[in-house]
Design a protein around this ligand. Structure first.
Ligand code: MF3
Ligand code: CO
Ligand code: CO
Length: 258
């Protein structure tokens, strides 16, 4: 069942989304060559606590970390540990928090210090594909309209979308209906309606789309060893424009830039 959120619930989702994004940006700014991924996770835990929220991932299906940290060929669900990130690595950071009973879920890939042109292009295209997907997140469209926009953007730039993991409804739980794939499939696709809140999250590989799981039971890596990037926003479907709930900054209604 796809739940529609009431205005009150949407207000709570805005709060959770904002905190998730603030944490993501703080962690993204802090990450430096030489830090271990455990250092990064500990810093994230501190940020989440500081904002009065809780990790939505820690303990979820026994996931052992506060945020997901996935380096280079790691696609998603990397585990924090004693690996040190190096100059030139790209790191996908995925933050999910609970606040006032609701979840904000957002991700981005950042370079550590700097990166190759190809890595930057992969990150740019992945972020662009997220924007294209969000633009289709409108009442009256179907979920597959989002999927198609993401896939087109990614493949037109010569990259590939991961099939095994998908975006999702989000609200009181991290994962709700519907599934939001980053590719077109033949399954019936639900209609988007105002009040739905969904996480759109393209996972994009520089090479082939295939992935495999490491023996730790969590870390997903590209089969061909190529780089992977991941960007995600929690989005509200409205009667008009989609609203990105995982924005750190919101301009108060009526205010104007100076
Ligand atoms: N990263 C996933 C998402 O955005 C959720 C992670 S679940 C966890 O939907 F258990 F791995 F943390
Ligand atoms: Co996420
Ligand atoms: Co998600």
């Amino acid at each position: 069942m796809i739940t529609l959120k009431s205005p009150k619930e949407i207000e709570a989702m805005r709060g959770a989304g904002r905190i998730a994004r603030l944490v993501l940006e703080e962690v993204g700014r802090r990450i430096q060559p030489g830090m271990t991924t455990a250092d990064v996770d500990a810093f994230a835990a501190e940020c989440i606590r500081k904002h009065g929220a809780k990790s939505a991932f820690l303990g979820y299906r026994k996931y052992p970390c506060h945020i997901c940290i996935s380096v280079n060929d790691e696609v998603v669900h990397g585990l924090a540990g004693d690996r040190r990130v190096e100059f030139g690595d790209i790191v996908s950071l995925d933050v999910g928090v609970y606040h006032n009973g609701f979840v904000g879920d957002t991700a981005k890939t950042v370079a550590v210090g700097g990166c190759s042109l190809e890595a930057q292009r992969l990150m740019d295209v992945t972020e662009k594909s997220l924007a294209e997907g969000i633009a289709q997140a409108r009442a009256g469209n179907q979920v597959v309209d989002i999927s198609r926009a993401v896939q087109r953007c990614v493949e037109s730039h010569g990259f590939s979308v991961v099939r095994e993991f998908v975006g999702h409804g989000v609200g009181r739980s991290v994962h709700e209906e519907p599934q939001v794939p980053n590719f077109v499939d033949k399954k019936p696709s639900p209609k988007l309606r105002a009040g739905m809140t969904i996480a759109i999250e393209p996972m994009v590989n520089a090479g082939k789309p295939q992935v495999e799981m490491l023996n730790d039971g969590w870390t997903v890596v590209t089969k061909d060893g190529g780089l992977s990037a991941h960007f995600e926003h929690t989005v509200l479907i409205t009667e008009s424009e989609p609203e990105i709930l995982t924005c750190a900054q919101k301009i108060a209604t009526g205010s104007k830039p100076e």
